[in-house]
Design a protein around this ligand. Structure first.
Ligand SMILES: NC(=O)c1ccc[n+]([C@@H]2O[C@H](COP(=O)([O-])OP(=O)(O)OC[C@H]3O[C@@H](n4cnc5c(N)ncnc54)[C@H](O)[C@@H]3O)[C@@H](O)[C@H]2O)c1
Length: 266
C-alpha cells in the first residue's frame, strides 16, 4: 500500500474522475475526504469507499467560497490531525465560444476551475506548513488546457492557467517539502463513470454525447478511464514521487504528443 497513513482531500467527487481518483487513493491505504458542492457526490463517494473497507469522510463545500474552504480544511485537521494530499479536481466542463460566452458563465467557470484550486491549495498548504508534514498537491488539468479548442473559451483559459499555477505554487511551497504537480486527463471513456454511478445506487446515466470520435483520433486508439488517472495520482501523492515537483503528468493516450494532422486510423 503506497499511501498508508496519509490523509487525502479530493474535490469534485462525482462518480466520474473525482470518484475514481478518490477510490484509487483509498485502495492504496489513504484516508480520503470527499469534497463536493453537491452533497450527494461527497456523501456517496465516502460511503462507497467505506463499503469497500476504506476510511472516508464526505464534506459538502463550495470551493469558490473561502470561508467554506477554510472550514472544510479545519474539519479535516480536527478529524485526522493532518492533510498530506490534496487533489484539486472540482471543475465545470464545457462552454461556449468567445463570441457567445455570457460574463456570468465565464466568471463561474473561472471561479470554480481556477480560484477554487487556488483557495483549496492555499488552505491545505497552510495546514501542511503548520504541521510541518510536507505534502503533495495535485491539480487536474485537461488536454484542453494545452490546446485551443473551439467553443470552449472559459474551460481552455482556466485549464491553461492551472498549468502555470502549478509551477508557481510548486516554487512557493518547495521549501516546505510540499510538492505541486498537475495531471492532464483527456476525453475519458464513459463506461467506468457509468458503472460507478450504478454502484453508488444511482439510475444508469445516459452517456454524454460527443461531436467527434475521439477514440479514432487518439494515438493509442483507446480513451483513458478514471482508474488510469487514479494510478498516476497515487504515484504523485506517494513517496515514490518525492523529488517530483512542478511537472505536468499527461495521462492522455498520446493526445498532446501527436503531430496535429495525423489521424492514427487513416
Ligand atoms: N471528463 C473528461 O473527459 C475530462 C477530460 C479532461 C479533464 N477533465 C477534468 O477532470 C475533472 C473532473 O471531470 P468529470 O468529468 O469527472 O466532471 P464531473 O462534472 O463529473 O465532476 C465535477 C465535479 O465537480 C463538482 N463541483 C463543481 N463545482 C464545484 C464547486 N464550486 N465546489 C465543489 N465542487 C464542485 C461537481 O459537483 C462534480 O461533482 C474536471 O476538473 C475536468 O475539467 C475531465
Amino acid at each position: 500500500m503506497k499511501l498508508s497513513g496519509k490523509v487525502a482531500i479530493v474535490t469534485g467527487t462525482s462518480p466520474n474522475i473525482g470518484g475514481g481518483i478518490a477510490e484509487g487513493l483509498a485502495e492504496e491505504g489513504a484516508t480520503v475526504v470527499c469534497v463536493d458542492v453537491a452533497s450527494e457526490n461527497a456523501a456517496q463517494c465516502a460511503d462507497a469507499i467505506a463499503r469497500r473497507g476504506g476510511q472516508a469522510l464526505g464534506l459538502t463545500c463550495d470551493v469558490t467560497d473561502e470561508a467554506q474552504v477554510e472550514a472544510m480544511v479545519a474539519r479535516v485537521r480536527d478529524a485526522y490531525g493532518r492533510v498530506d494530499v490534496l487533489v484539486n479536481n472540482a471543475g465545470i466542463l464545457g462552454g461556449l465560444s468567445v463570441l457567445e460566452m455570457p460574463l456570468a458563465r465565464w466568471n463561474r467557470q473561472i471561479a470554480v476551475n481556477l480560484t477554487g484550486t487556488f483557495l483549496c491549495t492555499k488552505h491545505a498548504a497552510r495546514c501542511m506548513v503548520e504541521r510541518a508534514t510536507g505534502g503533495s498537491i495535485i491539480v487536474i488539468v485537461s488536454t484542453a488546457g494545452h490546446q485551443g479548442q473551439a467553443g470552449n473559451i472559459g474551460y481552455c483559459t482556466s485549464k491553461s492557467g492551472l498549468l502555470n499555477f502549478t509551477r508557481a505554487a510548486a516554487m512557493d511551497l518547495a521549501r516546505h517539502r510540499i510538492r505541486v504537480n498537475s495531471l492532464t486527463p483527456t476525453a475519458t471513456d464513459v463506461e467506468e463513470g457509468i458503472e460507478r454511478a450504478v454502484a453508488w445506487g444511482r439510475p444508469r446515466p445516459e452517456p454524454r454525447s460527443r461531436l467527434l470520435d475521439f477514440q479514432k483520433m487518439v494515438p493509442m486508439q483507446q480513451l483513458p478511464s478514471p482508474r488510469h488517472y487514479a494510478r498516476a495520482a497515487v504515484f504523485l501523492a506517494s513517496d515514490d514521487a518525492e523529488m517530483v515537483t512542478g511537472i505536468d503528468l499527461r495521462v492522455d493516450a498520446g493526445a498532446i504528443a501527436k503531430y496535429w494532422p495525423w489521424v492514427p486510423q487513416a
